[in-house]
Ligand binder design. Structure first.
Ligand code: NAG
Ligand code: NAG
Ligand code: NAG
Length: 440
């Protein structure tokens, strides 16, 4: 560790001499400048307006056509080039030298299939669709970062790649962005999620496993239907499914390491429609979660075995499907080095006491697909202001965004990206030397 420190110090020294003349605004001591910029009414009001427009017109995964159009219109106005379409509705924009190194920042764009119950001026205009997970705010913040960074484009030591991603809510949009090759040469990626229960002006995250890996399963358990009063002539799938559900609970209680948090929940049970008829079949379904790919795959295998074998005890057949592979999200694992980097940048933007570590969460995020191939870091951005109001959890029909959080998200995106490019130059003297040579 001491060695590392010395190497970094030496690199910093080299950096200072090479780049002293350019004085980049994004040197970490100046990071609060981005926050001040993002809070200026011309940036803040503009982000609020964008967020409200998107909120009024929520679109589900891979259908974000108007949202994507709005993003492109604003990028055009800012003079920022982009690739479109990427993964159907996605937009990938570029600020800086358009040359390596590349660092990416991501916002998800999709809404949820649910009815908004908040009564306000900018309520969803689409029945049965709502931005109840804050992705409208995520898009506005990334555009805010784009605006700030564009104003300092000459200081950017490489390229910031802005990823406006479709279909986070179970659609695996992140995977499609990767499949499109849009992030091939990117050195690191950052993403955030608004958090209604964290104080505004604070962020929280952790090194390593942060969100669980998540999968869904569905099983059809088939028997033989018949008269409920003559059970000996039927094969009862309701009883079989009931035993399956009880047995599934023993995977966690008896097979999983108690210190390795996991969940199996059966959330769906469909079968039977009459008081006196044993049905032919029953469909059950649910979700499973784990923090390592190994535990996750073990759960997947055991869920299949337990369902088919337990069903056979009651003479039923069962078929299990895992709704591959779009609904499978790997665990969200934050890169350890990026954790240190994040703490230092977020500390300089917000103040060190505003940056906290939190426990892992059983929820999941498709940002994890990026982290499988690129060092990535995900964090939560506080929105709570108890003096104003109590905010409901994401996916609630009463979910609200505290728009005062927008400048914090925009400034963090901009600072994390711009400073990371500076860090790459600091950490790899070879690149710096080449650059120096080019300039000669
Ligand atoms: C990534 O870099 C390689 C080699 O420099 C280049 O051929 C390729 O076009 C780049 N891909 C993207 C998406 O920029
Ligand atoms: C289960 O599958 C076997 C083999 O296909 C079949 O013979 C049997 O009738 C099935 N049982 C039920 C209850 O569907
Ligand atoms: C789907 O996921 C399973 C397990 O995660 C994997 O074995 C399989 O290759 C995947 N299929 C596709 C088409 O990606």
């Amino acid at each position: 560790m001491m060695m590392m420190g010395l190497v970094k110090w030496v690199n910093l020294f080299i950096m200072f001499h090479l780049f002293a003349a350019t004085k980049p605004i994004m040197a970490s001591s100046d990071s609060s400048k981005f926050l001040n910029l993002a809070k200026e009414p011309r940036v803040f009001d503009w982000m609020v307006e964008i967020r409200r427009k998107i909120h009024e017109n929520p679109e589900l995964g891979y259908e974000e056509f108007k949202t994507s159009e709005l993003v492109r219109t604003e990028l055009d106005k800012l003079g920022i080039p982009y690739k479109y379409p990427v993964a159907i509705t996605g937009v990938v924009a570029f600020i800086g030298t358009k040359k390596p190194p590349f660092v990416a920042v991501r916002a998800d764009m999709d809404a949820l299939p649910m009815q908004e119950l908040v009564e306000w001026e900018h309520k969803s205009k689409v029945n049965g669709k709502m931005h109840a997970c804050g992705h409208d705010a995520h898009v506005a913040m990334l555009l805010g970062a784009a605006k700030i960074l564009k104003e300092h484009e000459k200081d950017i030591q490489g390229t910031v790649v802005l990823v406006f991603q479709p279909a986070e809510e179970g659609g695996g949009g992140a995977k499609e962005i990767l499949n499109a090759g849009a992030l091939d040469n990117v050195s690191a990626i950052f993403g955030l999620h608004v958090a209604p229960k964290l104080p505004i002006g604070t962020v929280a995250s952790r090194s390593g496993s942060f969100f669980a890996g998540s999968g869904f399963f569905e099983a059809v358990i088939s028997g033989k239907g018949g008269h409920a009063a003559i059970p000996q002539h039927s094969i009862d799938p309701i009883l079989a499914a009931s035993n399956v559900i009880v047995s599934l609970q023993h995977i966690i209680s008896r097979e999983a390491d108690p210190l390795d948090s996991q969940v199996v929940t059966v959330a769906k049970f469909q079968g039977g429609g009459a008081f006196n008829v044993i049905p032919d079949s029953v469909t059950i379904g649910g979700t499973f979660r784990a923090f390592s790919t190994e535990s996750f795959m073990q759960l997947r295998q055991r869920i299949e075995q337990v369902i088919t074998k337990q069903a056979s005890v009651q003479r039923c057949n069962a078929t299990v499907s895992f709704l591959d592979n779009k609904t499978f999200f790997p665990p969200t694992v934050n890169h350890a080095e990026l954790h240190d980097y994040f703490q230092s940048v977020a500390g300089s933007v917000l103040g060190d006491d505003k940056v906290t570590d939190i426990q892992p969460l059983m929820g999941s995020e498709d940002f994890s697909f990026y982290q499988q191939v690129i060092p990535g870091y995900f964090f939560l951005l506080g929105m709570e202001n108890p003096a104003v109001e109590h905010l409901e959890s994401p996916h609630s029909p009463h979910f609200k965004v505290n728009e005062d959080a927008l400048p914090y998200g925009a400034a963090l995106h901009a600072s994390l990206a711009a400073n990371y490019l500076v860090k790459i130059h600091q950490d790899s003297p070879v690149v710096v030397k080449e650059k120096h040579h080019d300039e000669l």
